[in-house]
Design a protein around this ligand. Structure first.
Ligand code: PMP
Length: 334
């Protein structure tokens, strides 16, 4: 996230809309000491031509966040539709006309010493302007790091638990200090898991290959989008299976996916060229499709998007079509 001063930005905190500078927690907060929080990350893309800001799959993100919070027994009262309404309200109140990042955060809020959690929970939703996270236009250099991906039976990696991001921070730091753009985690069993903050795909023998949920990955929503695009638009077979480290060196293409990284092609891994050493055709095509879809340019994927501002009358007349597949069906009007 960028380091600009966001203190005037209005955020949702303690069930109220307040400026970020007033959204403060105590130094004794349980989550600060013990990592007992759960977060998510949602992108919103501003499309100049349509003068619209599209949130990308917010229902899925908010549902994942609520479900993951349940793993830590943190309760979040609003349902996914109500949480979408809060995100939209924040965008409108802040009059954002730029790409944004939505950060929901739920946490154990008791102010006391002691690891055992109680039932004091709180949550916040923050929206800030957000640009590129990694420069995904060029090929990245990725490196396998010495840290292993955290095991499901230690801290579940499929939940975005605050404390488990120490694992990602250590991996990302090691990779960058060693001159790489991004880390690749192996599991304790030696299989490829994912990047520090993103999922990984390989192209091998014309198939798209990615590690399954059981390899301690976060089951990414961008991963899901890209699998759908590869199947529908490129008619590629998509295979979820364990991936050996050596396959990284034999792959025709490799790329990362994630809300922040979007789709980032990898052209070097552990100082070896991936395929030809240039961005491959599958990564290039899927990246193009993903960026077009998330800006509201592809009608077939418009149901991924929630427009934050009022729609033009022609589109507003067809709410079912625009939001078809969004899930609860009660989103319209947020
Ligand atoms: N893996 C990890 C560890 C992540 O932090 C993220 C970012 N949320 C991802 C994968 C990608 O998930 P998503 O596409 O849902 O953002």
């Amino acid at each position: 996230m960028k380091t600009e001063d966001h203190s005037d930005v209005v955020v949702y905190f303690d069930n109220q809309y307040v400026p970020l500078r007033d959204a403060k927690v105590s130094i004794l907060t349980h989550a600060l000491h013990y990592g007992t929080g759960v977060f998510d990350g949602i992108r919103g893309y501003w499309d100049e031509r349509q003068e619209q800001l599209f949130l990308v799959r917010p229902m899925e993100h908010f549902r994942r966040w609520k479900a993951n919070s349940g793993i830590l027994r943190i309760g979040i009262a609003p349902d996914a539709s109500e949480l979408c309404a809060i995100a939209v309200e924040l965008i409108r109140r802040n009059r954002f006309h730029s790409h944004v990042y939505v950060r929901p955060l739920a946490y154990k809020s008791a102010e006391r010493i002691g690891v055992n959690p109680d039932d004091r929970d709180a949550f916040s939703v923050i929206v800030v302007p957000f640009g590129d996270y990694l420069d995904s236009r060029r090929g990245l250099h990725a490196g396998v790091v010495s840290w292993r991906r955290i095991e499901d039976n230690a801290i579940p990696g499929r939940a975005k638990i605050c404390g488990s991001y120490v694992n990602s921070a250590l991996a990302g730091d090691e990779a960058r200090r060693n001159g790489f753009d991004e880390a690749i985690f192996l599991t304790e069993a030696g299989h490829v898991a994912e990047g520090a903050t993103c999922n990984i795909f390989l192209v091998r023998g014309g198939k798209l290959v990615t590690p399954p949920g059981s390899e301690n990955i976060l089951e990414g929503i961008t991963r899901n989008c890209v699998m759908e695009l590869a199947h529908n638009e490129l008619h590629m077979e998509v295979v979820e299976r364990p991936v050996d480290r050596s396959e990284l060196y034999l792959a025709d293409e490799i790329f990362f996916t994630g809300t922040a990284v979007e789709l980032a092609p990898v052209t070097q891994v552990d100082h070896r060229a991936v395929g030809s050493g240039a961005i491959g055709p599958v990564a290039a095509e899927l990246r193009f499709l993903y960026l077009e879809a998330t800006r509201g340019h592809l009608a077939n994927y418009r149901h991924w998007l929630l427009p934050a501002y009022d729609l033009a009358p022609a589109e507003a007349a067809e709410p079912e079509r625009v939001m078809a597949g969004a899930g609860d069906g009660d989103l319209w009007g947020v």
